[in-house]
Write a protein that binds this ligand. Structure first.
Ligand code: 13P
Length: 337
């Protein structure tokens, strides 16, 4: 892919009020999700659940791309069509998670660094051959007593930049995902300070590694109070603080910012995105979604592993995607719509 093609792909992923479905749960994480609805995780149940998601009628009206996992990109629909082809036929671009997970960061108790750089060039080439046109790497930053350390921020920003450069060299658009976790009792001020420090370092390192900002997407967490905070913030405050932080840290050259949901409820994630697209002045990037749980949770609960529930689950998924698409235009008017 030429640089122009990478830029076109990045722009297309956030065009027309569409966003991304993150369906790249690792084998361990999808097992937890399936267990929550009493479904055993096997090669076949994982495949069946992902087929339900990818074949939902009209998903492509609201979803531009789907992030797959290594196992999933190699799986087929029941009729034998490889999942990347199923997605392409539905006007959805296949993407792939390429990190190998957040591992304990040496000498920094409680913190992690995301691994997966070894052999990444070769893996990217293989994934491109399997149909992927964009990739994802998630760095995890935890807020706590004496956390995050500068060591953790530096190590993760460096890995994100190396990954992003390798992606662009290999013809894939990198989604750069530094997630500041919602876990903890911190207030929204602390989240804003940490998120600002993380994004500053990430863009410094992207610059150092010559990453073309016009051909990436940023996938940040929102600026939000910790899950156990005594001072939860309202929808407007989350939107205002998040935009305040992003304006100060994210260059206008970046075409799109696609938020993760990070444990917010489906309704909250949609309301926050909508608020950011409604007020608080102009911003240079398109603001959209790359939600995992906030798109899938309601559909997963409706399905519960029963074939008879599959169509209803698909309708619920597509409706959730439609509401988030409305939020991309600031046109979400609540759940009743
Ligand atoms: P959530 O929206 O469930 O946080 O997942 C998004 C994602 O891709 C995390 O890496």
């Amino acid at each position: 892919m030429t640089r122009a093609e990478l830029e076109e792909t990045a722009q297309a992923l956030v065009a027309d009020g569409r966003g991304i479905l993150a369906a790249d749960e690792s084998t361990g994480t999808i097992a937890k999700r399936l267990a929550s609805v009493e479904v055993e995780s096997t090669f076949d149940t994982r495949r069946g659940y992902r087929e339900l998601l990818f074949t939902a009628p009209d998903l492509g009206h609201y979803v531009s791309g789907v992030i797959l996992y290594d196992e999933t990109i190699r799986q087929n629909a029941a009729d034998g069509t490889p999942f990347p082809e199923v997605l392409r036929r539905g006007h959805v671009v296949p993407g792939i998670k390429v990190d190998t997970g957040a591992k304990p960061l040496a000498l920094c108790p409680g913190e992690t660094v995301t691994e997966g750089l070894d052999g990444l060039r070769e893996r990217l080439a293989e994934y491109r051959g399997l149909g992927a046109r964009f990739a994802k790497w998630r760095a995890v930053i935890r807020i706590g007593a004496d956390m995050p350390t500068a060591t953790c921020i530096e190590a993760n920003a460096h890995a994100l930049a190396r990954y992003a450069a390798l992606c662009q060299d290999g013809g894939l658009v990198p989604i750069v995902e530094p997630e500041v976790l919602m876990d903890g009792s911190h207030d929204i001020d602390t989240c804003e300070l940490v998120t600002t420090a993380v994004l500053r370092r990430v863009f410094d390192d992207l610059h150092t590694h010559r990453v073309v900002l016009e051909a990436i997407l940023l996938k940040p967490s929102m600026v939000i109070a910790g899950r156990d905070s005594d001072y939860p913030a309202g929808v407007e405050e989350v939107a205002e603080r998040t935009l305040h932080c992003l304006r100060r840290t994210v260059p206008a050259a970046v075409p799109g910012i696609v938020f993760l949901s990070g444990g917010q409820s489906s309704e909250q994630a949609t309301a926050h995105l909508n608020a950011m697209n409604t007020g608080f002045g102009p911003h240079p990037w398109t603001l959209s979604f790359s939600y995992g749980r906030a798109l899938q949770d309601q559909a997963l609960k409706a399905w519960r592993g029963a074939a008879d529930n599959a169509e209803a689950a698909q309708r619920i998924l597509v409706r959730r995607a439609m509401l988030n698409s409305a939020a991309c235009r600031g046109a979400y008017t609540g759940e009743a719509a």
